[in-house]
Write a protein of this length. Sequence first.
Length: 100
Amino acid sequence: MFDVTADGRYQVKQRLCSFAQFKKLNLMDTWPHRKKYDVIFCRNVLIYFDRATQTQLIRKFANLLVPGGKLMIGHSESAPKTITEIEAEGKTCYRRLGYH
């Protein structure tokens, strides 16, 4: 899945890169997503928002995940316990609850 570069960093294997899409998204706008995702990475972004907005964004992320899907956030971020769609699987990983 990953290759190790000469300087010891990890890099996604080239054959997997064709499955990834990178697009700009304003988190405060309406999101155009229609499909569900297996994993969402939003690391070190939520710290720039107040707690109410963080809660709103995490709930939106959770609703875009397939059951069992992962939400990866930064080490200084956490999801409020009031969000019942996900559960913690460590400090920075949350799993979407529900059945396939």
